[in-house]
Each structure stands twice: as C-alpha cells, then as structure tokens.
Design a protein around this ligand. Sequence first.
Ligand SMILES: O=C(O)COP(=O)(O)O
Ligand SMILES: [Mg+2]
Length: 233
Amino acid sequence: MTTSSSRRNVFDGNSILDAIQAVVFDLDGTLIDSVPDLATAVGRALKDHGLAAPPEAQVRDWVGNGSRKLLERALTDALEEKPGSELLDSVHQRFLYHYGQAPAVATRLYPGVKEGLEALKARGLHLALVTNKPEAFIAPLLEHFGLASFFGLWLGGDSLSRKKPDPLPLLHAAKHFGVDAETCLMVGDSRHDIEAGQAAGFRTLAVSYGYNHGEPIAHSQPDLVVESLRQIF
Ligand SMILES: O=C(O)COP(=O)(O)O
Ligand SMILES: [Mg+2]
C-alpha cells in the first residue's frame, strides 16, 4: 500500500483494500467538522464559571480524547494550571448541557463523506463508528446528517471501559461483525485513531484534513493518507 495521496481511487488495483470486510470510522475531524459547535459549547461552559471563551483554533487542537479531556485542556489554559476535579466536573457538566442543546448548528459534513460511505456500503462492507465523543451525542448527529443507516454499530468514548487510542472499541467492532482484525480498516484523523488501529491489528487510513493536535498525521505512519474520502471511491 502506498502512503501517497495522489492515487485517485485507492481501490483500483489495490489488493490490500480488496481484503477488507469492515471499516471503522472516527467521527469528529473525519466525517464531520464539529469544532465550531464544540468551541461554542466550551466557551459557554467556561463563561458559566466566569472564565473567558477560548478561540476556536485552540479548541481544534484540544479535540480527540473525549469531552472531559477537552474541558480539562480548556480549563488548564484558562487557569494556567490543572483544574481540581470538582471544578472540572462542574464545567464538564455545563459543556454536556450546552453541546446537547446545539450540536449541529455550524457543524458540517466534510466533502465526499456521504459518497464514500455509499461506495463502501455498495461493496458490502460492514461499517462502524468509533468516536471518543460521549455516546449520547452520536445518534442525534448521525441522524441530523442522514448517516445513521450506514452504520451497523456505533460506540462513544464512554461506551466501553477504555477508549481510543486503546484498541478495545475497534476489537469490539470486529467481534460484533464476526470478522478478523486483519480484514478491518480504521479511518481517522488523529494519532489516537491510527494508534488504536495499529494496536488492534487493523489496516489504517488517515484523512489529512482533520484535527491532529497540530501535527501531520503522516507521523503516525498510517497505511495510507487521503485528502478526501472521495479518494476511496
Ligand atoms: O470527542 C472527541 O474527543 C473527538 O472524538 P473523535 O474520536 O470522534 O475524534
Ligand atoms: Mg477525530
């Protein structure tokens, strides 16, 4: 498999992807550009506690390890020290409230996502979604964007005892579909997706446009990097 993104259709003549039976997708930064609404909710949660809202560009670098970690990073930045767990709990609760009120106001699907999912589905592949976002937000977002019917399984960061970069949710998905890990592909935007995929024994495909803590995703050595999911059909 090549790490070049120049190949227009990664399935063309590609024997490794021909062996794939299930594809596990990340959500934030891979299927949807959710940072505008995440940043709004983070800002509102901080303001509820008398703190200033961070710029959206900073929130972009803090996404990827679940909502509690997102708020811990935001609070550490605002206070210039690690927050106590009581304050963090309280700000996190306000974030969950605000984000739940408005999860899809400025959030957009990335170009090529629907077509990419349709192409994979047409090949008869099992599709799952594994995000570090709380599970409660998954269904409303998938339904809002008309994506829910593509996925046979979805898991959030709080669905199992461990989340990405731990391979547990990916292995759970493989088991759910009754397929071997080596016939599964993890598609994501962050090093946590690629690390989880590699640890699970999956093939890994990274999108170059998402959120990866300010670092090029190629550093994580995915099997392939694409600029758009259009490149998979
Ligand atoms: O909530 C997060 O931290 C990001 O979730 P993701 O795993 O869908 O990128
Ligand atoms: Mg992501």
